[in-house]
Design a protein around this ligand. Sequence first.
Ligand code: NAD
Ligand code: ZN
Ligand code: ZN
Length: 346
Amino acid sequence: MKALVYHGPGKYAWEDKPKPTLSRSTDAIVKILHTTICGTDLHILKGDVPSVTDGRTLGHEGVGVIVEKGEAVTNFAVGDTVLCSCITSCGRCDYCRRQMYSHCRDGGWILGNRIDGTQAEFVRIPNADTSLYHAPKGVDGQALAMLSDIFPTAFECGVLNGAVKPGDTVAIVGAGPIGLATLITARLYSPSRVFMIDVDDGRVAVSREMGAAVVINSKKENPVDAIMKLTDNVGVDVSVEAVGVPETFDVCQQIVAPGGHVANIGVHGKSGILRLEKLWDRNITITTRLVDTCTTPMLLKAVSAGSINPKHLITHRFKLDEMHKAYETFGNAAREKALKVVLSAE
Ligand SMILES: NC(=O)c1ccc[n+]([C@@H]2O[C@H](COP(=O)([O-])OP(=O)(O)OC[C@H]3O[C@@H](n4cnc5c(N)ncnc54)[C@H](O)[C@@H]3O)[C@@H](O)[C@H]2O)c1
Ligand SMILES: [Zn+2]
Ligand SMILES: [Zn+2]
């Protein structure tokens, strides 16, 4: 089969690789119908994720059909169309029993990291019963692929941890796919106003189309001053960090209102400052989280019911074997006006 294989920083190829086989009775082999590229894959290609070694097939998002399964897999049958979760979980360990699947002792984020991933014609999914989901009837497969990672990430780390409530004011720093999915899922809770902050005019414009009340280009105006002015110097009930750099976390902690929440989503590689001298008496909550994908069943229902439409985030479509072109496009997202790119088998 063909797979997108990592060969060390800056090096990758769409090349021949043996088709995966069952290694445990709880495994399933999935033929990929749709997959996508995540910002994390670009981090891997830069060499930022040392657990990914030479020869690894990348990708932790996808929709496919089960072509083989171990005898212990009972929730799924050969021929079923499934969503692959970016988080693999055993469903039985102490973390899984608390729905902290991201910290599963026999899983977590392993796909396209410690084991071969979904950017391939076939993928082996361990603990298939608890790591796959049935594709709801009538839901577009490409839209479904947005539920492997970005929607649960935005919803769990941003909206749920931020405790967004009806009437709240919400500021989201970073209007990439994750920030935009946070905007889409925050609106399920009827916040009064959502402010989006980004440095890219293209993404600022998309945020407006997706329902942000006010959009701010933080290259052109100071985002802290702008938010304080918009909220009569009170700040917002919820600020969400969806970039992953110290500056944007700093914006979030400066714009949070007393009693509010700062919900961090971004993956950080550097330490930042915590303004405890300003925050100690403000009754705020700061949260961090690795996506657990424990809300995937709820998100599947929301997509089936039409209350969220993940398809809005797909800007580019490719055939599976156009992987290099897709990486080029996604790697130059600002220039290409790309949000999510989808690669499909047919
Ligand atoms: N916690 C988790 O489990 C989890 C899971 C998946 C992704 N993530 C992280 O979420 C973050 C967002 O992911 P994404 O795919 O949307 O990334 P992305 O790179 O596509 O989007 C980031 C956005 O931030 C904007 N930006 C950059 N610098 C900025 C600044 N100083 N001020 C305002 N905006 C700025 C960019 O223009 C871009 O639109 C990343 O750090 C990613 O690694 C976390
Ligand atoms: Zn991802
Ligand atoms: Zn577990």
